[in-house]
Design a protein around this ligand. Structure first.
Ligand SMILES: O=P(O)(O)OC[C@H]1O[C@H](O)[C@H](O)[C@@H](O)[C@@H]1O
Length: 566
């Protein structure tokens, strides 16, 4: 019997199988069976994420219990105090999110571990905040962030409210893997143990709001702007509208997308990386002649931005909105003599160069991390202790940023507020945020940043993605679209190749990322996504002007596609 068959049979005949899964399992095609059982669901860029449904490679009550029991065993190994400090738990609007969150709390209680659960859906950054507020040992967030409706997921946090970095995640994974029978775990705790579950009150929200309001750099700016806002059926609706109300901004909500909905019925996609996320908001913006469109992904760690520019709406990339945020923050800190000593900004090895140049202009150093905000959170924690450098900003190209580190993950409510303020501030100078971006290009050089993500699902897809990377590793490109590769970095082998020489690549944990630097100042990077079945190609292409950068981007994309057969 194959491993797939073995696992499948075990599930079908197990007395503890959740009865909801019986029919689904019985009606699975061979292909579905293979995909659901060929592997066990793993931790990626941001926790565990996968399709909802029965199977070892799916998110369901059994795989989440297995992860939580493993996490509980890990907490218990950290001693009595860790169990008492407990775990903060949050959840989003997705199918099963609430059920899974309260089931996690019960299972922790069964292990004599305390928990603090939000009474209704909240953004991921508010979960990170709650870990810190309650002085917990860690946190669990049930969410699949920006993925489609068929997905759910499980993010784990440390006591600083930062997602587990590989060293910590590995310790938890060892405990998870030691559990042989995921179906044998139940969450039946006693009435006494149930008392370990605390439902969080309004005080946590109010303190979070207070902290968010503290990020304002010009709270008295004339708020002569109209903002169309969409939570994409997710968690941001109440907090963001509350924050805009408290700060006096005119917020026009996209009503159809304000109801929490696991099926995301009124949006083609809840992911601000995709144009569909802005469709309805654009309609609202045109009807209301809005200055700004702001959207959040379902768990409100990502923010998408649309700007009215010369009568049209321009949707920014994550690289662009991040660069505008850093420009506004740095310029205001300098103007108000509030720039700290040894200021530092963080982004990733696949974030475009523009933000770094903007920061450098204000004397702010940039430190790069691998993809995953947890690595930025890790650096924040380090400098909090050493005081060597002071935090100014953190962002990724994937539409997430953090203005102030009272949260240790991407925080869309903070990002929305600072962008709204920047929009209002520059409007007083007769500029919109695209004008500001254009000025940045003029000052620092014109780049076109883009990303091509190739969806390759299932076991075959995963193998194909690995092959793309291993083929590139076996035969490294010497040029891309006729432009010479002058340096390359391999984060897997941790080597830099330059001028025929090999040097060690230091400061990062091993990761399957390849980056090629070109003679003209451009670069191209390739890596498998750790949250979706995708192979991602990143382009940061320098041009003499916009048209030149665009032409070169198209050529580089074509060349990479030919090179990899993708
Ligand atoms: O490229 P991926 O591995 O899919 O990750 C893309 C993004 O996913 C999530 O939003 C993480 O929280 C981010 O830190 C990450 O940048």
């Amino acid at each position: 019997m194959s491993l797939v068959e073995e696992r499948y049979e075990k599930w079908v005949h197990h007395p503890n199988l959740d009865p909801r899964y019986k029919d689904v399992l019985a009606n699975m095609s061979e292909e579905e069976k293979n995909d659901a059982f060929y592997t066990t669901i793993e931790f990626g860029t941001a926790g565990m994420r996968g399709l909802l449904g029965p199977g070892t490679n799916r998110i369901n009550i059994h795989t989440i219990r297995k992860a939580t029991q493993g996490y509980a065993n890990y907490i218990k190994k950290n001693g009595e105090e860790a169990c008492k400090a407990g775990v903060a738990i949050g959840y989003d609007n997705r199918h099963m999110s609430r059920e899974l969150a309260f089931d996690c709390a019960d299972l922790l209680a069964k292990n004599n571990i305390a928990s603090f659960v939000y009474d209704s859906l909240r953004p991921t950054p508010m979960l990170s905040f709650a870990v810190r507020y309650n002085h917990c040992f860690g946190g669990i967030m049930i969410t699949a962030s920006h993925n489609p409706k068929e997905y759910n997921g499980y993010k784990l946090y440390d006591n600083k409210g930062c997602q587990l970095v590989p060293a910590l995640a590995d310790a938890v994974i060892t405990e998870v893997n030691a559990i042989e029978d995921e179906l044998a775990i139940d969450a039946n705790c006693t009435e006494e143990q149930k008392k370990l579950v605390t439902v969080m009150g309004d005080d946590v929200d109010q303190d979070y709001y207070k902290h968010v309001l503290s990020i304002q750099l010009n709270p008295d700016v004339k708020k002569d702007i109209k903002i169309v806002f969409s939570p994409e059926h997710g968690t941001a609706n109440i907090p963001v509208r509350d924050i805009f109300k408290m700060t006096g901004y005119t917020c026009i909500p996209v009503e159809e997308q304000c109801t929490p909905d696991p099926d995301f019925s009124c949006t083609p996609t809840p992911n601000p990386e995709q144009p569909g996320a802005y469709e309805l908001a654009l309609k609202y913006a045109k009807e209301n002649d809005a200055d700004l469109i702001l959207v959040c992904d379902p768990d409100a760690d990502r923010m998408g931005v649309g700007v009215k520019h010369n009568g049209e709406y321009v949707v920014m990339t994550g690289n662009q909105s991040g660069s505008v945020e850093i420009e506004y923050i740095c310029s205001q800190l300098v103007a108000q003599h509030k720039m700290p000593e040894h200021p530092v900004m963080f982004n990733t090895v696949v974030t475009s160069d523009l933000g770094e140049k903007v920061a450098a202009d204000y004397g702010v150093e940039t430190e790069k991390t691998l993809t995953g905000f947890k690595f930025i959170g890790e650096k924040v924690a380090k400098y909090e202790v050493t005081h060597e450098k002071n935090y100014v900003f953190g962002y990724e190209e994937s539409y997430g940023s953090l203005v102030k580190p009272f949260v240790r993950d991407k925080d869309a409510p903070q990002a929305l507020l600072i962008l709204a303020e920047a929009c209002a501030f520059y409007k007083q100078q007769g500029k919109d945020l695209v004008d500001v971006l254009e000025e940045l290009y003029q000052r620092h050089g014109t780049y076109e940043e883009s990303q091509v993500a190739l969806t390759l699902s299932g076991e075959e897809g995963a193998k194909r993605i690995q092959k793309i990377l291993s083929d590139l590793r076996a035969e490294a490109p010497k040029e891309i679209a006729g432009v010479k590769v002058v340096k390359s970095e391999d984060f897997q082998t941790q080597k830099i190749y330059e001028n025929g020489e090999e040097k060690p690549l230091e400061g990062f944990t091993k990761s399957n990322v390849l980056k090629y630097f070109l003679e003209d100042g451009s670069w191209v990077a390739v890596r498998p996504s750790g949250t979706e079945p995708k192979c991602k190609f990143y382009y940061c292409i320098k041009g003499t002007d916009k048209a030149d950068a665009h032409k070169k981007t198209e050529m580089a994309q074509k060349a990479m596609s030919e090179l990899t057969g993708a």
